[in-house]
Design a protein around this ligand. Structure first.
Ligand code: PGA
Length: 247
């Protein structure tokens, strides 16, 4: 599963050249991975399912509100379901930091999505926590929101170390693999239905380093920010993922 997170970037012009570049570069292999794009919500209308070059792409949003009604500026989970969105990213570190979202709010979002649309829950430690060696404690606390919940089969976690996002720095692939195994174990032990989630890696993924991550056993794909803004670079990352045989 490869997901593009465009964050607050894009213009109409960029979107149309992205479609073209992606369509030219991507390999249409027999078993296509799940590929998704989360554009800024205002551009969602451009992502028509009718567009031939894009028929294998799923669409999602970078965040949504769990409630409808008097909440000026919000877009709700009910609306994204009405618009047939495939997935929603929740708990991104930029939402946690800039918009002060806490675990209680993220849990409400997860509950409102469960069994209706794929949730991609972002978790990750910051540099200080990483230096202190408390990464697993931080992740476990962020994962508390699944405790006792019956999770949908599509539930996905994105491990995104905050210090790796947009920095060009990444953990070693083998360390990412160990953390992904840890995340799978925690979710399996704590969810009501013992679900083993898919776990994506996010943080400075490019077409140059993607292969080293995708080869690892517990890496089920990537959440890609900066490198997803160029259609042909994103397609290269998708092609690398499609070409890996982990059997
Ligand atoms: P990046 O962002 O690929 O630009 O590091 C990833 C993310 O924040 O989802």
């Amino acid at each position: 599963m490869i997901i593009a997170n465009w964050k607050c970037n894009g213009t109409k012009k960029m979107i149309f050249s992205w479609f073209e570049d992606y369509g030219k570069e991507v390999n249409f292999v027999d078993v296509l991975p799940i590929v998704g794009v989360a554009p800024p919500s205002i551009y969602f209308g451009y992502f028509s399912r009718e567009n031939a070059s894009l028929k294998f792409i799923e669409w999602g949003l970078q965040d949504a509100d769990h409630l409808d009604g008097p909440r000026t500026g919000a877009i709700s989970v009910d609306m994204l379901i009405d618009m047939e969105c495939d997935f929603l990213i929740i708990g991104h570190s930029e939402r946690r930091e800039i918009f002060k979202e806490d675990n209680d709010l993220i849990k409400e979002k997860l509950k409102s999505l469960n069994n209706r649309v794929t949730a991609i829950l972002c978790i990750g430690e910051n540099k200080e926590e990483n230096n202190k060696g408390i990464t697993r404690d931080v992740l476990k606390e962020q994962l508390d929101i699944v405790n006792g919940l019956e999770l949908d089969q599509s539930f996905t976690v994105a491990y995104e170390p905050v210090w790796a996002i947009g920095s060009g720095l990444t953990p070693e692939p083998k360390d990412i693999n160990e953390i992904h195994k840890f995340i799978k174990d925690v979710v399996q032990s704590n969810s009501a239905n013992n679900l083993v989630p898919k776990v994506l890696y996010g943080g400075s993924v490019t077409d140059k380093n993607a292969e080293s991550f995708f080869k690892e056993e517990f890496v089920d794909g990537a959440l890609v920010g900066g490198a997803s803004l160029d259609g042909s670079t994103f397609a290269k990352i998708v092609n690398i993922f499609s070409g890996i045989d982990k059997k």
